[in-house]
Structures are given as structure tokens and as C-alpha cells.
Design a protein around this ligand. Structure first.
Ligand code: SF4
Length: 243
């Protein structure tokens, strides 16, 4: 049975609030003696463990479709808050890539369970500049219509997507431009296309905004002549669009 009350949201906030209060109490205790400091460290480890288990359990409930859209978005927010702490413990590039892929996968699964319905005007496709053919002289950043759809890169496909679904794409050459575009157009839902590293930092930057993360294809290596799977992109749009 689906839980549509505010209980899951309250539980998540309660878990977070308990953590904060306990950390403050333990912090005060630690100023008295070394023994208290040991108790503090032990207490923090135990509490963090409980909180992670709690988040994991809530995540399982969310992925089974058992909680409301609002609760899923709150849970996703908490997951994105905790994620940087997880990365701190893992140094290798390979393990970090694996972790980022897991985050992207869980984020998308949570989005799928959200049952959001968004109009084409409120949707935005956000892509990096490296999607454009590196030898193309057309200035498409900020104005996609400068592309003449010659078929050599995915930018032309994005124009086709705009024609078909009415969803606009923004080509951003960096995080600052991406943030500016979001502030100006205020979308309710973003489909972000990028490498796993940029997708992860984008998700962490936009914790409150529903974002579907789509990894790009990099046949020539990072940041050059990258591609987007247009079929996968269309499927994401069709999942969420209302018109
Ligand atoms: S489709 Fe052709 S014109 Fe458009 S950006 Fe790519 S290479 Fe340039």
C-alpha cells in the first residue's frame, strides 16, 4: 500500500534533526575530558551508521514506490547532502567513477518514482559545449539556431527534439553559465547531459531541483566531440512531458 501521508517527510527530517542535536550535545560533552571525547567519537560513528541505515531503508521504500513524490524529493535532497562525505573515503578514480554512476542511477530511479508531469515550457535540456563538433565554427552557445543541422554532431538532433517536443536545450560552456541559464529560465525539470563527474557536481549544485542525469558518450575521450543518445533523451522527455 502506498503511503501518501506526510509521515515519511517527517521521519526524514526527524532523523536529520536528531543527528544535529546529538552532534551538538556530544560536542559540548567533549570539552570536559578525554574520556568524554572518546564517547563523542564513538557516539558519532554509531549515530552516523544508524543514519546511513535509516536513509538506505527509506531509499528502498522510495524505490518500491511506497512514498509520496514530496517525500522522495526530500529523501533525494538528503542523499545529495550525504554523498560528498562518502566520496571523501574513496581516493581512486575508478572507484569514484563507480560511486558517481551509482549516484546517477539512484537519482534517476528516484525521479522515475516521482510521477512528475511537466509541460515542455518548464523542461530544460542542459548540455556541455563539447557536444558540438570541434571543427564547427558556428556559435551555438546561447543560441542553438545558429546551427545549420549539417548532421556532423548532436547539436542538430537537439534542434529536432525542440521541434518535436517543444523542449529547449541550453548549451553551457561551464557551471557558471549553466547556473545563469537556470536562474533566468527557472525550469521545473532539467535533463542534464554530461560526463559522470560534471553530472555529479551538477546534481549536488541543484539538490532542490528535479534533475534527470544522462551520461554523454565520449568516443574521442573527454571534452571533445562528445555525443548524446537521442533515443534515450527522447524516452526521458516522453516519461515526464504533459503535452
Ligand atoms: S550540426 Fe553541424 S552546424 Fe550544427 S553544431 Fe554540429 S557541426 Fe555545427
Amino acid at each position: 500500500m502506498k503511503v501518501k501521508t506526510k509521515l515519511p517527510v517527517l521521519l526524514i527530517f526527524l532523523g536529520m534533526a536528531t543527528m544535529i542535536v546529538m552532534f551538538v550535545v556530544f560536542g559540548l560533552l567533549s570539552s570536559f575530558s578525554e574520556f568524554a571525547l572518546l564517547v563523542v567519537v564513538f557516539g558519532m560513528v554509531v549515530l552516523t551508521g544508524f543514519y546511513v541505515v535509516f536513509l538506505g531503508l527509506m531509499m528502498l521504500v522510495a524505490l518500491s514506490g511506497g512514498i509520496s513524490t514530496k517525500a522522495i524529493l526530500v529523501l533525494r535532497y538528503q542523499l545529495l547532502m550525504v554523498y560528498p562525505l562518502v566520496e571523501v573515503f574513496f581516493k581512486g578514480e575508478e572507484i569514484r567513477l563507480w560511486l558517481r554512476n551509482q549516484l546517477i542511477e539512484v537519482n534517476n530511479q528516484l525521479m522515475e518514482k516521482c510521477r512528475l508531469k511537466i509541460s515542455s515550457r518548464e523542461m530544460m535540456i542542459l548540455t556541455p559545449h563539447c557536444l558540438q563538433a570541434s571543427d564547427c565554427g558556428r556559435k551555438v552557445t546561447g543560441e542553438l539556431n545558429h546551427c545549420v543541422v549539417c548532421g556532423r554532431c548532436s547539436i542538430g538532433d537537439l534542434l529536432e527534439i525542440e521541434k518535436k517536443y517543444g523542449v529547449k536545450s541550453v548549451i553551457a560552456s561551464g557551471g557558471t553559465l549553466a547556473r545563469k541559464a537556470i536562474l533566468e529560465t527557472r525550469p521545473r525539470f532539467i535533463i542534464a547531459v554530461a560526463c559522470e563527474r560534471d553530472l555529479t557536481s551538477g546534481l549536488l549544485d541543484m539538490k532542490k531541483l528535479p534533475v534527470w542525469a544522462l551520461s554523454n558518450e565520449r568516443p574521442l575521450g573527454p571534452c571533445r566531440d562528445t555525443q548524446v543518445d537521442i533515443v534515450a533523451l527522447s524516452q526521458v522527455i516522453e516519461k515526464f512531458i504533459t503535452n
